[in-house]
Ligand binder design. Structure first.
Ligand code: IVH
Length: 686
């Protein structure tokens, strides 16, 4: 009897397994598509990895259900249309994952069984980006490709060429194929999302998706502006250079000028590996890029060959995944922030918790719908994490802890700053304060106007702007140009020197040029790029003001929505008044001198360092000119520097450059004074 019962339950279990396998396959397929093809994941990597592990486990318990179509049998997603397909000559495989020291010991045991105890490992931090392949023929970059499904990827050479640390020509004329990770640095990711938020565009969930989205841009110009980087982690193939170990291969890559892996340790035993993993668990958060694990590889290539591959991944490597950092805390308050477009954003304020290297106590909840969907109530225990190692977010509430005293959030009827009724536009999830005189909207507009990418008024940050508005000194943007030293000195904590500096920065900003002004005055949908295009196409504010809808949409980067927004803005009476006042106050309404990127020229492809003071330009403008002429401006002088522009009082950098020339370490380094610099750029200024 008992035996029969057991049999029935076996059958039941098998049925349950079949059902779950099917369910997991569907989930994985669906989410892989969102992840790889639409760059729009809705579950975290941990959840996805968990499903994959469960599926692999069930399939190994019930091999009768194994199918070649199962997502466990392939790597990554499918190439999307729009790029030519690339057949990888050597497949781009994925790595098996480990989540504990235990699993690392199992890996070591499996390796040692094949190659013996003498095995040594290389550890490299696992960057959270996307895998790419670079092919060089006789030292020339001929192809850059994505991984795709591992067999077939996409030809993204034109985008790859825009990545600044990808050498287009190697230091030696070798034919070589390397693999690496393309990533978006944390700072670039934050900047990109900030800009997207300002323009009402969807935000990227993490730097990985932002990098993938950027490399999928059909327009390489867009990719170029995204500030991507790569790190090379493998030499897949090289002609005429016999290699014995992986570390030797990466050293060769470095020698050729490729950005080989930054955080790496060679010659480790298993214990050394485990130590290195622990050492970087916290330290990695201080790196400029997001990381999610440590890749551990057998160093000897002969041993790698002996170990071979499974269908999906090499047996000689494994990725130790750091647990995604999540923390529980208590939600104390939901406060409302008002942006310069009047959008009211709920922000969670919680008891401070330590998360991925910093202490956090606030996270944007984006909009009312998200608060409702995640059922987040004031007083709740909540789970927080950092998306892509950077942006704190509230993942969910923990209703099981509720006492009944928690409060459901509701958007107030009136603006928390000025009290006027909030509006929700059809098809938008945002509520807005549409009062043009709302002090919060004014504050944010002035902060934006003064910001580095707009009018660049150094010293006019959030707290001074708030003080100037609160004290009644600034009621509008033009009021900035009406400030006097006397009135500034009456502000608390404003000293003589700060007042002088601030007034000088305000004065300088008058000649920032039309492009910065158009970005600074905050026309909806007009970002930095569009502002530049408008300024350069029309030259003056006056000409832009008389532009028609047709004139605007005729421009390459201006669509109908932006054109309408520009016309609305320019014909709005209040805005016309503001522009009139700014003109009277001496703010320049003309575009800066324009430079077309030349096909050739003295700065093209050159690494340039600016040092000392220039008379005719400030350093930012000089750097802008060099960049527009195809040069790359860096901060320090080394053998990689091609040109040093030295103004008055140039110090150590100039000395170092002279030393490099004198010693012959870099005898072709060119040192220009201001007059020579002006002569070089003169032909390109119109
Ligand atoms: S080695 C055949 N090394 O992680 C070995 N991969 O799931 C191929 N990754 O597709 C991978 N850092 O995109 C390797 N130092 C590193 C890595 C690394 C990041 C990515 C890579 C790969 C995925 C593995």
């Amino acid at each position: 009897m008992a035996r029969e019962e057991a049999k029935v339950s076996d059958v039941e279990q098998k049925e349950m397994a079949a059902h779950r396998i099917e369910q997991l396959r569907q989930l994985l397929e669906e989410h892989a598509k969102r992840y790889y093809e639409e760059d729009n994941p809705t579950v975290t990597d941990d959840v996805w990895d968990g499903w994959m592990r469960e599926l692999i486990q069930l399939e190994s318990e019930y091999p009768e259900f194994l199918s070649p179509a199962s997502p466990s049998q392939r790597v990554g997603g499918l190439p999307s249309s729009g790029f030519a397909k690339v057949q990888h000559r050597i497949p781009m495989l994925s790595l098996a994952n480990a989540y504990s020291h235990e699993e690392m010991r199992d890996f070591h045991r499996r390796v040692s069984e094949v190659v013996g105890d003498g095995v040594r490992y290389v550890c490299e931090l696992k960057i959270d980006g996307l895998a790419i392949s670079l092919r060089y023929e006789n030292g020339q970059l001929v192809q850059g490709a994505t991984r795709g499904d591992g067999e077939t990827g996409e030809d993204i050479t034109s985008n790859i060429r825009t990545i600044r640390n990808v050498p287009l020509v190697l230091a030696q004329p070798l034919t070589i194929e390397v693999r690496g990770e393309a990533y978006m640095p944390k700072s670039a990711f934050l900047r990109l999302n900030e800009a997207r938020e300002q323009h009402g565009e969807a935000l990227f969930a993490n730097p990985r998706n932002a990098a993938a989205g950027s490399l999928r841009q059909l327009n390489p110009e867009v990719a170029a502006r995204r500030g991507l980087g790569i790190l090379v982690y493998q030499v897949a193939y090289v002609e005429g250079r016999p290699l014995e170990s992986h570390s030797q291969a990466l050293d060769l890559a470095k020698e050729l000028g490729l950005p080989a892996h930054g955080v790496r340790a060679n010659g480790l035993t298993l214990e050394g590996v485990l130590e290195f993993i622990e050492q970087w668990q916290e330290e990695r958060h201080g790196l400029p890029y997001a990381t999610d694990g440590m890749v551990v590889k057998v160093d000897s290539l002969a041993m790698q060959q002996a170990l071979g591959f499974t269908a999906k991944s090499p047996r000689w490597a494994i990725a130790y995944k750091y647990a995604a950092e999540v923390a529980e805390t208590t939600l104390e308050e939901i406060v409302l922030n008002i942006g310069r477009t009047g959008v009211v954003t709920p922000t969670a304020v919680f008891q401070p918790v330590s998360l991925a290297g910093t202490t956090v106590s606030r996270a944007s909840l984006h909009n009312e719908d998200i608060v409702r969907e995640r059922d987040i109530r004031v007083g709740d225990r909540i789970v927080v994490q950092k998306a892509g190692d950077i942006i704190p977010e509230v993942v969910r509430s923990l209703p099981e802890y509720r006492t009944g005293n928690e409060q459901v959030f509701a958007m107030p009827e009136g603006c928390p700053e000025c009290g006027q009724r909030l509006h929700r536009m059809p098809e938008e999830s945002a509520w807005r304060c549409i009062n043009p005189n709302c002090p919060a909207v004014l504050r944010e507009s002035v902060i934006h106007f003064a910001s580095r990418d707009a009018m660049d008024i150094e010293g006019l940050g959030e707290s001074w702007v708030a003080a100037l508005i609160q004290s009644g000194r600034v009621h509008s943007i033009p009021d900035i140009y009406r400030l006097s030293k006397e009135s500034l000195l009456q502000l608390e904590r404003m000293g003589e020197k700060s007042a002088d500096n601030l007034l000088a920065a305000i004065e300088r900003s008058k000649s920032a040029g039309l492009e910065r002004l158009l970005f600074g005055i905050g026309i909806r949908h007009v970002g930095e790029k569009a502002a530049r295009v408008l300024a350069q196409s029309f030259g003056t504010m006056e000409r832009l003001q008389s532009a028609s809808y047709e004139d605007l949409v005729a421009l390459k980067d201006v669509g109908p929505k932006m054109a309408e927004s520009i016309l609305d803005y320019l014909h709005d009476e209040a805005m016309q008044r503001m522009v009139g006042q700014l003109t009277e106050l001496g703010v320049a309404m003309e575009a800066k001198q324009r430079i077309d990127p030349p096909e050739d020229g003295p700065f093209l492809g050159k690494t340039v360092v600016l040092t000392g003071q220039l008379e005719s330009f400030d350093r930012t403008r000089a750097a802008e000119i060099v960049t527009m002429l195809g040069g790359k401006v860096t901060g320090s002088v080394s053998t990689k520097t091609d040109i040093v522009i030295a103004g008055e009082n140039a110090g150590q950098k100039l000395e170092k450059a002279q030393e490099l020339v004198r010693s012959g370490k870099k005898s072709d380094l060119q040192i220009l004074d201001e007059a020579a610099f002006c002569a070089w750029i003169e032909p390109y200024l119109k």
